[in-house]
Ligand binder design. Structure first.
Ligand SMILES: [Zn+2]
Length: 98
């Protein structure tokens, strides 16, 4: 037992970038039928996997992202993933080559 739970089927990782540091955190977005699903149109902040509180699209420090370099992933968020879910942290677009 790793003590880490699998991400349930139908759930998605949602990436949130700290626009000041470039670090990309993530949380799990559950399907609507799941008990942990967020209430639609909730304006409550998100709690990323590492415990970081974010309020994306608030014009502040955080914004949703889907395109970033792997090295910018938050190591503490990544460490919460079950080994069989870790590949999902890399299911995102890569930035344009410089
Ligand atoms: Zn994090």
């Amino acid at each position: 037992m790793s003590g880490k739970e699998r991400i349930p089927g139908g759930a998605e990782l949602v990436f949130v970038e700290n626009t000041r540091t470039g670090t990309v955190h993530f949380h799990v977005e559950y399907p609507a039928y799941h008990p942990l699903a967020r209430v639609a149109m909730s304006f409550a902040p998100f709690v990323e996997r590492c415990g970081q509180i974010t309020v994306p699209m608030s014009g502040a420090r955080f914004d949703f992202t889907s395109r970033f370099a792997d090295g910018r992933l938050c190591g503490r968020c990544y460490a919460t993933l079950h080994p069989e879910d870790q590949a999902r942290a890399f299911e995102h677009e890569q930035p344009e080559a410089a």
